[in-house]
Design a protein around this ligand. Structure first.
Ligand code: MF3
Ligand code: CO
Length: 260
């Protein structure tokens, strides 16, 4: 069941999305060699709570933290830990904020210091593919058009698309219908309507598309342990087009000329 949102609800979605974007900006200030992922999690949780939000991942299905931490080969749903970031790592940081009953979900993959050129290209392509997906999100088109735009963009550049994990509808709940895969055929899937709110989140690998879930039941990594990149925006369909409710602007401010 897809819940279309009223303009008033989309305003609330916007507020939640602004707060999650600001929280990511606070975290972005700290991403550097030597910082532990646990420290990033603490800063995010405190910022969200101080601003009247709820860290929606914390306790969700038993997830133990505010941030999902995705270092190098981790695809999604990794736990913060005492691991200290190293020069050359990439770290995807994915989180959801609930504010006034509505959720905003976003992810950004950061390079830590100087990162291998091949991996930087993976990051750039994955981020570009997110915007290709968003551009394909138009009224009367279908979810498969978004999926196909992401898949064709990434595969044409030699990368692979994770299939087991998807984007999703979002609203009062973090995960609502429809599923938003990052691969598929044009003209398939649910028809896009005004008032739809979805999280679009390509997860793109440098090596094979295969993944495994670690024994903790959450951490998803590439089977070949090659790097994976992940970017995510929450969008609302307004006046026929996707309006991006989350923003990477706070991350850009924090990173300055290191922003990619
Ligand atoms: N963007 C992630 C997702 O949609 C957020 C997961 S929060 C968690 O799966 F609690 F489920 F980990
Ligand atoms: Co999501």
């Amino acid at each position: 069941m897809i819940y279309l949102k009223t303009p008033q609800e989309i305003e609330k979605m916007q507020a939640a999305c602004t707060l999650v974007s600001q929280a990511m900006g606070e975290v972005a200030k700290l991403v550097a060699p030597g910082v532990t992922t646990h420290k990033l999690d603490t800063v995010a949780r405190e910022f969200i709570l101080d601003n009247g939000g709820k860290p929606a991942c914390l306790g969700y299905g038993g997830f133990p933290a505010t941030l999902c931490i995705e270092v190098n080969e981790t695809v999604v749903h990794g736990f913060p830990s005492n691991y200290a970031l190293r020069e050359g790592d990439i770290i995807g940081i994915d989180t959801v904020v609930e504010l006034d009953g509505y959720n905003g979900d976003m992810c950004y993959t950061f390079p830590v210091g100087q990162v291998d050129e091949k991996v930087m290209k993976l990051l750039v392509t994955t981020k570009e593919s997110l915007y290709k997906g968003i551009a394909a999100c138009k009224v009367d088109k279908r979810i498969g058009d978004i999926a196909n735009a992401i898949q064709t963009y990434c595969e044409a550049r030699g990368y692979t698309v994770v299939r087991e994990m998807c984007g999703h509808g979002i609203g009062r709940k973090m995960h609502e219908d429809p599923e938003v895969p990052n691969y598929g055929r044009r003209g398939t899937g649910a028809v896009i309507r005004n008032g739809m709110c979805i999280a679009i989140e390509p997860m793109i690998n440098l090596g094979s598309r295969n993944i495994v879930i670690e024994r903790d039941g959450w951490t998803c990594r590439t089977k070949d342990r090659k790097p994976s990149a992940h970017y995510e925006h929450t969008v609302a369909v307004v006046d026929g087009e996707a309006k991006i409710l989350t923003t990477f602007d706070y991350i850009q401010q924090a990173m300055g000329d290191r922003f990619i």
